[in-house]
Design a protein. Structure first.
Length: 138
């Protein structure tokens, strides 16, 4: 489970890095697909920055934290972190759907990654709760 979660976190880091590139891009976005799919519009909007920090940077840092927690197999803490990331991603998806009216491919990929991470982490926490504690014989 640990390595699958780490792979998903790396995917999150990659798509967040691509979104960050879009944030600073000045030419035409390569993911300007049509009027409903345009990463440039999303990543240049006022919603793409929180406290002066691009949300893509927040995503990169969050996925690095998730990868570290997954590596250490601290699943209960990872669950809290992934739920926070999922809530933030759902908020941003709501902005894309109802405020901007435009979707970002990278943002949707990130939402998919954090959704899978959260589901797998829930499964890991539930599985841990059913395991018998290991007692060492002294």
């Amino acid at each position: 489970m640990r390595w699958l979660l780490i792979v998903l976190a790396v995917i999150g880091i990659i798509v967040s890095s691509l979104a960050l590139r879009e944030h600073y891009r000045t030419d035409v976005s390569p993911c300007d697909i049509n009027e409903k799919w345009d990463c440039g519009i999303v990543n240049h909007s006022m919603y793409a920055v929180l406290g002066g920090v691009p949300v893509a940077v927040i995503g990169i840092v969050g996925y690095l934290l998730i990868a570290g927690l997954a590596f250490r197999q601290v699943y209960r803490v990872l669950l809290a972190a992934s739920l926070a990331g999922l809530a933030f991603s759902l908020y941003l998806a709501n902005v894309e759907a109802h405020v901007l009216g435009v979707w970002c491919v990278y943002c949707v990929a990130s939402l998919s990654a954090i959704s899978l991470i959260t589901l797998l982490t829930i499964a890991a926490v539930v599985a841990q709760s059913f395991r018998k504690p290991v007692h060492s014989s002294s």
